[in-house]
Design a protein around this ligand. Sequence first.
Ligand SMILES: Cc1cc2nc3c(=O)[nH]c(=O)nc-3n(C[C@H](O)[C@H](O)[C@H](O)COP(=O)(O)O)c2cc1C
Length: 201
Amino acid sequence: MLARVVALALVAGQASALTLNPLRLFKRGEQVAGLNNLLARRSVVKYADKAVGSDVTTKALEAAILAPNHFLSEPWRFYLAGPETKAKLCGLNEDKRAMFEGVPEWLVHDLSEKLGLEDHAAVSCAIQNFMLSLADDGVGSKWMTGALGAAPEDVMACVGAPDGEKLMGAIWFGYPAKDLADDAKSPPRKKGLDGVLTKCA
Ligand SMILES: Cc1cc2nc3c(=O)[nH]c(=O)nc-3n(C[C@H](O)[C@H](O)[C@H](O)COP(=O)(O)O)c2cc1C
């Protein structure tokens, strides 16, 4: 009986820690069983000088291609930058070179679109899956578009994307300079849930 009470208390404690304070569970480079990666994923700008293992990246890519996609159109295209491509990407904007060079990994996401907005939506889901999987492994990320200060066609030329694809973004990723636990506060959503939810009769 005592063992059962202790077990229940442990489960309850874990559950409340996850829902109330996921940040305490998250330390750099550690995979923490049961981490709520939805809460742990936050945009990260500053990264540690440490490569992300290919197993972690492959797992995140496998998660990306599990995203919902209508008619199984699989509209996502990924370009994982190696050293030569990173050098080209870092040269896209000389004003931002120092910041770009501090980013350990770049994954450029393109859309190969047949179904218009539906494919656009599916690629967005894939990117979110990718970033959530990384968060689960203690890896931070950031979805970059306009703030790259580079034309989409120039980004696509760096990775050798064919004509007809559209740039969805460059995803920066790497181990965060500060533990995600210290940095993981979500920027306030000004509208909140009340501002965006209509409960229809
Ligand atoms: C389609 C898309 C494009 C984005 N482009 C940029 C960008 O160019 N520069 C930037 O600083 N953040 C960019 N972001 C990241 C958002 O600024 C970030 O998600 C937002 O501030 C919320 O913070 P969080 O990711 O920590 O929840 C982009 C996000 C999305 C979904």
